[in-house]
Design a protein around this ligand. Structure first.
Ligand code: FPP
Length: 225
């Protein structure tokens, strides 16, 4: 049985979910935020230590300003209003990605939730925001160089935003596309990949449970035989 220490999810399909119901795209994101909550609770209750969710990529700035504003506001509300989710389920909040372009209000809310949840130890919920894997690797290399450290696989890993969470064991993408979209490329070198056509707002803990059961029984070889 494989251990699932680090689960990563590309939450895709919010826009299509909304369109299929003649709703606006942002309604899909709103429903998507509810699913984030359900999945985090499932992970906290099922012994998964690290859950990384792709909430906003470095490429998502290319979307219409109204959608970008909506997404960042949804994130702000989630971080400010869902404190109980974190406290009741002993979830510790982290982020990966470059936070520098965000408003002070969002940055302060992020810092505040990180501080308030720092002693929680059931699950690390890691939101990838303004995150791109190539950008993260370049920043890691520059950080290592600036400290005069020799560049090798270990030193790059140690300087990634995600240092400490371990390599990704299982990467799931909802919404039917089969690509990694610049998400945790370094950390997923040996991840098992699962693609489901289910749109993120329809994704349930029951489906997650089935994907994890398959993952647990997979023979992982890590290049050996
Ligand atoms: C991709 O769906 C989804 C995103 C770019 C944003 C993900 C955000 C959420 C799930 C909600 C907010 C999260 C938190 C943590 C509060 P898409 O818009 O590309 O869908 P489409 O491919 O159907 O157009």
């Amino acid at each position: 049985m494989n251990t699932l220490n680090h689960l990563a999810i590309i939450m895709d399909g919010n826009g299509r979910w909304a369109k299929s119901r003649t709703l606006v795209r942002t309604d899909g994101h709103k429903k998507g935020a509810d699913v984030v909550e359900n999945i985090a609770i499932y992970c906290a209750k099922n012994g998964i230590k690290n859950l990384t969710l792709y909430a906003f990529s470095t490429e998502n700035w290319k979307r219409p300003k109204s959608e970008v504003d909506f997404l960042l506001n949804l994130l702000l509300k989630f971080i400010k209003l869902k404190e109980n989710l974190f406290l009741e389920n002993s979830i510790r909040f982290h982020t990966i990605g470059d936070l520098s372009p965000f408003s002070n209000e969002l940055k302060d809310a992020i810092t505040n939730l990180k501080n308030k949840t720092k002693d929680n130890d059931r699950l690390n919920l890691i939101l990838a925001i303004n995150y791109g894997s190539q950008n993260e690797i370049v920043r890691a290399v520059n950080l290592a160089l600036a400290s005069g450290i020799k560049i090798n696989e270990q030193s790059i890993s140690n300087h990634l935003d995600s240092a400490g969470f371990g390599d990704v064991d299982l990467m799931i993408r909802t919404g039917g596309e089969q690509r990694l979209s610049n998400f945790l490329l370094w950390q997923s070198s040996y991840a098992e990949l699962a693609f489901t056509p289910t749109l993120w707002p329809d994704f349930t803990s029951q489906e997650l449970d089935k994907i994890i059961a398959k993952f647990r029984s997979t023979h992982r070889k890590f290049g050996a035989i």
